[in-house]
Design a protein around this ligand. Structure first.
Ligand SMILES: *Cc1c(COP(=O)(O)O)cnc(C)c1O
Length: 357
């Protein structure tokens, strides 16, 4: 099979080394003779992997001692409920920057008083609202740092007068983050740090236990902090692959190094979108995501959309169809996406322009 260039929005591509090691571990986990699929999570060998994974998270993101990282099942979508259960007492504000942000808000509204502090739906979520007042007496402000569907991103760690909670599903480990500014950072692993089946939550420990409601055991972050993510059977294989992915991140110089590469990759593609007469970007320039690059056919070229899709397919481009709510194209260029693949897409766009001139 010839080389394909995979731009899937999630599950994402993973580093080759992580896949190769996973294949080996499926047969024999660390020389135990037991497949990683069958290894008991109470063995020393597994505990080592779990500890290594936790340490890598702390090392790569410089997580301070005030915070702990846990790994759970249920997807980022279940975290929407965890957030409200564990942190919403009186009132919480949500920055509504897209479908995921909106779903997080909706889930919180089922638990208590939560509202959208600002919203960019008026322009189909193509920008990040700015300049809105944030009250200091709310339980937290919830943000979605990268809006996977629309290709917008909050590039900085916000300074806010209240606790800050962030869904970083699709840009975690893509750029340095000042973890100390957040009470909680969470996300699904399948966009940038692993396969589907495990979520990460980085929690400020002393922010827990402030709400008065009863929290069911499994939905209480304290359970998982206390039991080091081993209260019940963890998603063993997904954590194994996540650990291998983080080892790869470290091997290429950590998050700081990856950030530099990510900026180059995104610039390469955005420059072509801006140069090429066939295409235009959909996101506001200053809010453009480094992870999900969204573009459509330029005005007057709309009827060439299917043709470009077929052309890109013939050049082995996979997963560039835009989300149905935006249309057009979306190339997800997460950490593990090599710059060569981005270049291949750029070449493909150039070729298409030449063909149609
Ligand atoms: C994909 C995604 C989610 C949902 O993740 P699941 O693990 O499928 O529940 C939530 N937030 C963002 C920003 C996402 O990109």
């Amino acid at each position: 099979m010839s080389k394909v260039h995979v731009f899937n929005a999630g599950p994402c591509i993973l580093p080759e080394a992580a896949i190769d090691n996973a294949i080996a571990a499926l047969k024999d986990f660390k020389g135990t003779g037991v497949s990683v699929l069958s290894i008991s999570h109470r063995t020393k060998e597994w505990e080592e992997t779990m500890n290594e994974c936790r340490s890598l998270w702390k090392e790569l993101l410089h997580i301070p001692d005030t915070h702990e990282v846990v790994f759970l099942g249920g997807g980022a979508s279940l975290q929407f409920l965890y957030v409200a259960m564990n942190f919403l007492e009186k009132k919480a504000a949500y920055l509504d920057t897209g479908v995921w942000a909106h779903k997080a808000l909706k889930e919180a509204q089922g638990i208590g008083d939560a509202y959208a502090i600002a919203c960019s739906k008026d322009k189909n979520y193509t920008y990040i609202p700015k300049g809105f007042e944030i009250p200091s007496d709310i339980d937290y402000l919830h943000i979605t740092t990268n809006n996977t569907i629309y290709g917008t991103e909050i590039h900085e760690d916000l300074d806010v007068p209240c606790p800050l909670i962030a869904d970083m599903s699709s840009d975690i480990m893509s750029r340095p983050v000042d973890v100390s500014k957040y009470d909680l950072i969470y996300g699904g692993s399948q966009k940038n740090v692993g396969p589907a089946g495990v979520i990460f939550a980085i929690i400020r420990k002393d922010a827990l236990g402030r709400v008065t409601r009863y929290i069911p055991t499994m939905l209480d972050y304290r359970t998982h902090v206390d039991k080091e993510s081993m209260f019940n059977t963890p998603p063993v294989f997904a954590i194994y692959v996540m650990n291998e992915t983080l080892k790869w991140v470290k091997s290429i110089g950590g998050v700081e190094a990856i950030y530099e590469i990510n900026k180059k990759k995104a610039q390469l593609l955005y420059d072509e979108i801006d140069r090429n007469s066939m295409f235009i970007g959909t996101a506001e320039k200053e809010d453009r995501s480094l992870m999900n690059v969204c573009f459509v056919m330029a005005p007057g070229k709309e009827d060439l959309q299917d043709e470009f899709m077929a052309f890109a397919k013939s050049r082995n481009m996979v997963g560039i169809k835009g989300h149905r709510s935006v249309g057009g194209f979306r190339a997800s260029i997460y950490n593990a996406c090599p710059i060569e693949d981005v270049q291949a897409l750029v070449d493909c766009m150039k070729e298409f322009e030449d063909l149609k001139k």
